[in-house]
Design a protein around this ligand. Sequence first.
Ligand SMILES: [Zn+2]
Length: 324
Amino acid sequence: MKRWLLALWLVPLGGCGDSGPAGPSTVSRDLSAPATSFGFVAGTSLSFVSGETGQPVPGARVVIAGRDFISDGAGRVLLSELAPNGATVDIQATGFLDRKTLVRRGEVTTFELWPSESPTRMDANYSRALVYDSATLESTGAAEPMDRPSLDTPRVALIPDGVLAGDQRAMVALRSAALEITDALRGEITYNVGDDPSAMPVALMVEPENTQIVSENLRALTRCWRTRLVITRCEIIFRSVEVARSDTALHELGHTFGLNHSPDRREIMGVRRLAAPERFSPRERLAMAMMLKRLPGNLFPDNDRQAPALRASPNVSTVVCRHP
Ligand SMILES: [Zn+2]
C-alpha cells in the first residue's frame, strides 16, 4: 500500500497533459472513457493500437502496476483490479518502440504505440535522429528529451522582417512552407504568416552580417527558447534573401516544431540536401504525428514517466542550428 502512496505523491497535480490537470489528455484524442481520479478501475478495458494506422496490436506484453497481461486478438487488455494513478505501465510489442508510461489522471484507455517498423521506413534509429538527437551547438551527442510547441497554443505566427516582407519570392516560399508544415501537422498546430498576439511567435530575418552566420559560414540558423521543454518562441536568421526563397525556409520551420536533422539527404530535415524537396516525406510526417501524441519531455525510445517532472523544472534554453 505504501508503494502506491509514494507513486501517487510523485505525480504532480498539474501539467500531465498540455490541457492541464483536469482537461482531456492530448496524448490521445480517443473518445474512450478516461481514467477516473483513482486511475483505471477494475473491469476497465485498455486498447493497444498502432500510432501509425490506428489498427489494434495483438500479442503486446503489457505490465501494469506489476501485473502481466498479453493483449488479445483485438489489441485489448481487461483489468481485473484497480491500476491507480501513478502506477507504471510497460508495453512491449513487435514492430513498436518499448513504451514506458504511467497511469495518469485524465489519461484515455487507448495506448498508441510508436512504430519501429513502417512502410515509411521509419525505425528506431531514424526516430532517435529526428526527434531526440540534438542539432544544437550545446549538444553532447546524447539523446535529449523531446521538445515541441504546446498544443495549448496551437498556432505559430511567422513574422518576417522588412527585407523578407518586401521580397515577393521569399514571401511565396514562406507561405507555401507554412501551408506544408500545417498540413504535415494535420492542422493540430497551424503556421501562418503575420502577427498574432496569441500565437507562438517566430521572427524571420535576413542578416548577412550576423556574426555567427559569417564566422561559421552558415546558410541559416534557428534559435528557439524553451520553457520546461515546450518551445515558446523562435527566430530564424537567413544569410540572404535567396536562402529564404529556397527549401531552407521549410527546413527551418521544421526546427521550430522541435525536429532535428534527418540522416536522409533527400528529406526536408536532411542537411546538405541532394535535391530541393517541397514536402516533408511520409516518415518525417509520421514522426511529427507521433510527437503530437507524446508529452514534451518524452525520452528515447518512448518513455514519458519522467516527463511531468522535467516539465516542472525551470528550463529556458536556446537551440541553434548550423547549416554549413
Ligand atoms: Zn537544420
